[in-house]
Design a protein around this ligand. Structure first.
Ligand SMILES: Cc1cc2nc3c(=O)[nH]c(=O)nc-3n(C[C@H](O)[C@H](O)[C@H](O)COP(=O)(O)OP(=O)(O)OC[C@H]3O[C@@H](n4cnc5c(N)ncnc54)[C@H](O)[C@@H]3O)c2cc1C
Length: 409
């Protein structure tokens, strides 16, 4: 049994702590705001098992210039933040090489092999079975070219993971999702997607489990002291933790400060996303719907409909532009005219690496320090497998090179 400190009570830190508790360790979780609403609380709720393509795909580069010209389009940069993001952006562009595409699909495909069974196991550990369901997913497309690109991607995913898919004409798509009354060219249905009931409910359940089986401390970690006897956390109020045998850094985008302070390099920036949640529609979609040409989705939560996504590259602290949430609602009405005004707007911060791979790794200079961050668009999906892998690293298991922090050194 080891004493393990986990920094961050988002879904990734909570997952790591849950698996560590299950392995019999004495776990303490530190979070600036354990009752707060981090990115993990408001995402689209998808266990997106077929999503193994890197964001920086060879194809995306041709689309990016057009998107950037539309300030409310699927990808924008807050220009005042551009200088500080240049190293990340240059690495992102380098990642668009075809060889990297293959590498990412293999690496993420490996994680996806157990992502779902690990979610089921983790739910059993925390006594919360029943929040997962196989929802399927349908992407709708405005042009035949966009349909055929989506079919090609679905075929590539099938080759790696075996997931089935089917092409649908608009009438067949409307039989699955009758609210799709607007015009579109076609759709692709992928039954291999799962959903959680509601990301906030799930996060709160894991946090409550941790309050009962571990110690949860409200406090912002400013740094670490690595002594011979153990690692001590220094909090921003000047207090110090008891010493630990292992520390897991799972602080979302803010992990980068803790990494750099330890003398290591990392490229981690925020892909911010916006959404709107409707809780009083009186109707819901039968499955999540992706608007393939616009970079956002509508997901039926157990208690409402959530519409959003898109990517805004900006510093975490830059003020939100909720015009983006409004633009996605307006675009959705082209396909689903019954979507009303109103709803609650939200902004979240995806902690993203330029190569679309998370960091699940030991610190090569001090093996007592472990990293679990950088899950970008897939933090909920990959939370359980990441938590299991962190528990295996604490138990002395091997590093997985594809997810190592060494790639940034
Ligand atoms: C619009 C949108 C939709 C998304 N949809 C999906 C989806 O459908 N499926 C999916 O898999 N993923 C989705 N994601 C991505 C997913 O939400 C993120 O990858 C995930 O939430 C990241 O979790 P995390 O625990 O790493 O970070 P966070 O949720 O950001 O949690 C980090 C925690 O660390 C704490 N912290 C930070 N610094 C410190 C410090 N110094 N000391 C103490 N505590 C600290 C913070 O307070 C916070 O609680 C979406 C994201 C967005 C924005």
């Amino acid at each position: 049994m080891s004493r393990v400190h986990v920094i961050g009570a988002g879904i990734v830190g909570s997952a790591a702590a849950t698996w560590l508790v299950d392995a019999g360790h004495e776990v303490t979780v530190f979070d600036t705001e354990p009752d707060g609403l981090p990115t993990s609380s408001g995402n689209a709720a998808l266990i997106a098992l077929p999503e193994i393509a890197p964001l920086a795909s060879p194809g995306i580069l041709t689309a990016v210039p057009g998107w950037l010209l539309d300030p409310l389009g699927p990808l924008t940069v807050r220009w005042q933040d551009l200088p500080s993001m240049l190293p990340w952006l240059l690495a992102f562009l380098r990642s668009a090489a075809p060889s990297h595409d293959v590498h990412v699909r293999q690496a993420l495909g490996g994680l996806m092999q157990t992502a779902l069974s690990d979610h089921h196991s983790m739910a059993r550990i925390a006594g919360m079975e029943g929040h997962l369901r196989q929802s399927g997913y349908i992407s709708v497309h405005s042009t035949p070219q966009s349909v055929s690109a989506a079919l090609q991607e679905a075929e590539r995913v099938k080759a790696v993971l075996g997931y089935a898919y089917e092409a649908l004409d608009p009438a067949a798509a409307r039989r699955l999702v009758p609210q799709l009354e607007g015009e579109f060219a076609g759709a692709v249905h992928q039954p291999g997607y799962w959903m959680v009931s509601n990301p906030l409910t799930v996060l709160r359940h894991y946090q409550a489990f941790l309050r009962s089986k571990a110690t949860v401390v409200a406090g912002r970690v400013a740094g670490m002291e690595q002594g011979a006897e153990g690692v001590t956390l220094v909090l921003t109020d000047g207090s110090r933790s008891a010493s630990a045998d292992f520390v897991v850094v799972a602080a979302g985008v803010w992990s980068r400060e803790l990494v750099r302070q330890g003398g290591l390099k990392v490229l981690l920036e925020t892909e911010r996303g916006y959404n709107t949640t409707f809780t009083d529609l009186g109707w819901n979609l039968a499955m999540p719907v992706g608007f393939g040409d616009h970079g956002f989705i509508a997901s039926p939560l157990v208690d409402g409909l959530r519409v959003g996504g898109a990517v805004e590259l900006a510093k975490p602290e830059t003020s939100p532009n909720y015009g983006r949430a409004k633009a996605m609602r307006a675009k959705m009405r082209r396909y689903v005219p019954s979507l009303p005004e109103g709803g609650t707007e939200w902004m979240g911060r995806r902690p993203s690496t330029p190569d679309s791979l998370p960091v699940i790794s030991r610190n090569p200079r001090d093996k007592r320090i472990l990293y679990a961050f950088g899950h970008g668009h897939l933090g909920l999906t990959l939370s359980a497998v990441t938590g299991r892998m962190i528990a295996e690293l604490v138990a002395g298991g091997p590093d997985v090179p594809a997810f190592s922090i060494q790639r940034f050194q």
